[in-house]
Ligand binder design. Sequence first.
Ligand code: F0G
Length: 353
Amino acid sequence: MIEGLIQKYHQWLEVPDNAELISLNEGNTPLIELPRLAKLISSNIKLYGKFEGLNPTGSFKDRGMTMAVTMAKSDGSHTVMCASTGNTSASAAAYAARAGMKCIVLIPGGKIALGKLTQALMHGAKVISIDGNFDEALNLVRSICKSSPIALVNSVNPYRLQGQKTVAFEIVDDLGNSPDYHVMPVGNAGNVTAAWMGYKEYYSSHKCSKLPKMVGFQASGAAPIVLGHVVEHPDTVATAIRIGNPASWKGAICARDESGGYIGSVTDSEILEMYQLLPSTEGVFVEPACAAPLAGIKKLAQSGYFDKQVTVVVTLTGHGLKDPDTAMGMHSAITSSVPATREAVMDAIGLET
Ligand code: F0G
């Protein structure tokens, strides 16, 4: 029987004894070796993808949401609320439904992927689209939750990070130790903060004998941590990480510096190249944000960053089916059909009839 994360890692995730566990059997995602892609990037890396798109709502957010909603319910809240570029809202809506609670989500108007919006709506959330970006939405949610009995379930809620740290546990459990590098996209910066916390906790308990270097990538149009200042009007094709003022900014800097890692940026065209290359070489379909760290690894490899054989894990944070518009935007040629004849199909394949 597959169990949810709070049961699986109960020594590491404290919840009150009498709390009702709100779970969709999240976590336990596959660590998939990506040898073809690795070969195209560098001869020095053994590359694994932690495919978080296989969580119940299709992103890593479920790891934190099982904790946040379990605790919100245990604390007596009836409603949860979040700001979101899409995945947090999908996850919050699903876990709230599971808990019999209400969910309110604030999203940046016109800038969330169709699949994510569909999920929030189908799980019965009250979806409010604002004329503003994620950072403005989060400020509003923080202000509203401060003055009303609504539980905030963005990653500023510490229970979210507690749940999300379990990705590090699973990676170590699978590899038998920490990888040399753990690379991921950085948006609000909760994930890199949480994963680093997970590795440190496991290391302190002798579950691994080394710590990884934590490496993050932002999109160049939304790269506040790289630039060292807030970006007022963030923009990128990777809408999940279209964030100009990350809530866990300090946590990300800490993870980078304590681990001896790196946080850099990649352009939208570098992101789109990897977005297409991963599913077509490895059969793993992810949303655009996940291509940022892959593009980043390629860039680092080209600059000689990996000067010996290393193990690199990349978190593939969300499923490709979340964002059909971006995917189909790259394949507009497949819109016209051919006659239903053998000749026409042979011709379309490029075979002689
Ligand atoms: N990848 C995906 C697919 C995401 O949805 C997010 C964040 C990130 C990466 C970045 O993670 O914020 O912890 O640095 N999405 C949030 C949301 C902001 O609202 O769904 P982070």
